[in-house]
Design a protein around this ligand. Sequence first.
Ligand SMILES: NC(=O)c1ccc[n+]([C@@H]2O[C@H](COP(=O)([O-])OP(=O)(O)OC[C@H]3O[C@@H](n4cnc5c(N)ncnc54)[C@H](OP(=O)(O)O)[C@@H]3O)[C@@H](O)[C@H]2O)c1
Length: 303
Amino acid sequence: MRASILPRYGAPELLTLAELPRPVPGPGQLLVRVVASAVNPVDLEVRSGSKADHITHDFPMILGWDLAGVVEECGSGVARFAPGDRVVAMSAQLATGVGTHAQYVVLDAGLAARAPHTAELAHTAALPLAGLTAHQALDALAPPEGGTVLITGAAGAVGGLAVQLAVARGLKVLAHGRPGDADRLHALGADEAYSSQRPVPPGAADGLLETAGLPRAVAGVRDGGRAVSVVPLAPPVSERGVEVRMSFVEQDGRRLEELSGLVDQGVLTLRVERTYPLAEVGAAHRRLAAGGSRGKLLISPWD
Ligand SMILES: NC(=O)c1ccc[n+]([C@@H]2O[C@H](COP(=O)([O-])OP(=O)(O)OC[C@H]3O[C@@H](n4cnc5c(N)ncnc54)[C@H](OP(=O)(O)O)[C@@H]3O)[C@@H](O)[C@H]2O)c1
């Protein structure tokens, strides 16, 4: 099979195509024929080596966390899936070393979920990492019923899904993005759209979900409220009794299946900006690093 491999830490240009043996599923595992994967900020961090102090893997390394594809083969003991099933999954590549920028991926069946059937299969690769991150961070925030949440980076992958999930939970959503994002944020269901040109009123929200690397957004939380950040490089600092927590995404096939259901119910929309062939994963890294993407950057491993 073909895969995009990283021979050592460094620049996007290092990513190159390689022919590797097709992996074989063990007990409880699935072999998935990947239809699409996606690029996430963590891939850029792993590639550059900035995560190497925490976890290192052998080279060559395959990057990528998200996948959408079709089950090719099931290992022994897999009852939930059968060959031919359309699935999505998140592989925590940083922890497991299993990357998804390849034509085939083997992973534990418990990490997979049925793909939404109302969306083009390739586009559902936009869901796993960003969707699970948003879902789990909102759970950690646990705002009061009918309360108000401030979501930063709301036009981004995690933030955009968080806005839609929060609206579906009956919360009032204050969305913070770039000055040009207001229409987009309202289209996602936000009640108010804020930016550097229209600052959030101090203390306006019960809780903050921070996805943009803007720790000072904590000023928008009322006294004694809560802030949850998914950006460890720039954690908010507690003030006025605001409790600050970090949230780190965890693999969870069952939760992912709930998110698939929300796509089918029209609660979540999947936004895709562009699809790159496997040979151009490096170009997708450069595009993501440049900022301004307003949809996921997907990787098509068969082009
Ligand atoms: N803790 C975890 O488990 C976890 C999981 C997933 C992601 N993350 C982290 O969460 C963050 C968001 O990930 P993502 O995939 O959603 O990235 P993304 O799609 O690039 O979204 C980030 C959004 O924040 C916006 N933004 C950045 N600086 C801003 C500013 N000064 N003012 C207004 N908006 C600003 C960006 O706008 P522009 O594009 O215009 O810059 C973009 O819309 C990343 O740092 C990622 O590493 C953490």
